[in-house]
Design a protein around this ligand. Structure first.
Ligand code: KIV
Length: 266
């Protein structure tokens, strides 16, 4: 029997219950490895940095998101797959956001989209959700707006910023988002927002009190990356493992130890 896929109402219903397990994935083999272990897979625009080596997420295009979304969707049968809307595709107007989000959903088959933004994006979140596009919100540290926020800085230390992040989370939740990512926000604030808003919160560099957690998979698996945020716990060292394997292969080839008799056809 085909596995049952996690649904948007299923994610919503986890508010205050067993924490949601979420990870990013950008390709078919990774989605295959994690699909039955997580509740939600995000095809994040972090792929611009961790897969394509871009300096930030601002160069990511809708076409890149669709291509990676399609690869993930071919492998994921259990987790809810959410595709991130890249910079410049949702900000102009709710109508433009709808056109672009509908294209992402139609061409990838994903269940929902994610967009960054607070009070200024609430009318767009309402417009999309009322027209059948489930939205995962994203407040606090918003990488697409890093330049405006003064870099990748933890949010909420100053009271006016803490109030803004709270207003943003409330506005996005009230506008109909089925869950809200809170990124890079001081722990007590993320915990307080979780208690205040109706939508489940998904923390990253936020609080264990959030209704779920998400990490960029390349960071937690220790895949090659120059910069790893301090809030990441590394559960593996794939980058080192891969380098050791390739070094062993290179030596075997140079010493004519590979291919062995079992790898050739008599
Ligand atoms: O793009 C991304 O991977 C994200 C997560 C860090 C939440 O937005």
């Amino acid at each position: 029997m085909a596995p049952k896929r996690m649904t948007v109402p299923g994610i919503r219903a986890r508010k205050g219950k067993t924490p949601l397990v979420c990870l990013t994935a950008y390709d078919y083999p990774t989605a295959q490895e994690i699909d039955d272990l997580v509740d939600l897979i995000l095809v994040g625009d972090s792929l611009g940095m961790v897969v394509h080596g871009l300096p930030n997420t601002q160069g990511v295009t809708l076409e890149m998101m669709i291509l990676h979304g399609q690869a993930v969707m071919r492998a994921a049968n259990h987790a809810l797959v959410v595709v991130d809307m890249p910079f410049g595709t949702v900000e102009e107007s709710p109508e433009t956001a709808f056109r672009n989000a509908a294209r992402v959903m139609r061409e990838t088959g994903c269940s929902a989209i994610k967009l960054e933004g607070g009070t200024e994006m609430a009318p767009t979140v309402k417009f999309l959700t009322e027209r059948g596009i489930p939205v995962l919100g994203h407040v606090g540290l918003m990488p697409q707006k890093a330049a405006m926020l003064g870099g990748f800085r933890t949010q909420g230390r100053k009271s006016e910023i803490a109030e803004k992040v709270t207003r943003d989370a409330e506005a996005i939740s009230e506008a109909g988002a089925f869950a809200v990512v809170i990124e890079g926000t001081i722990e007590p604030l993320a915990r307080e927002i979780t208690g205040r808003i109706a939508a489940p919160t998904i923390g990253i560099g936020a609080s264990a009190g959030c209704d779920g957690q998400i990490l960029v998979i390349n960071d937690m698996l220790g895949r090659a990356s120059e910069y790893v945020p301090t809030f990441v716990r590394r559960y593996a060292e794939h980058g080192e493992g891969a380098r050791a394997a390739v070094a062993a292969y290179a030596e075997d080839v140079r010493e004519r130890r590979f291919p062995g008799p079992e790898h050739v056809f008599e």
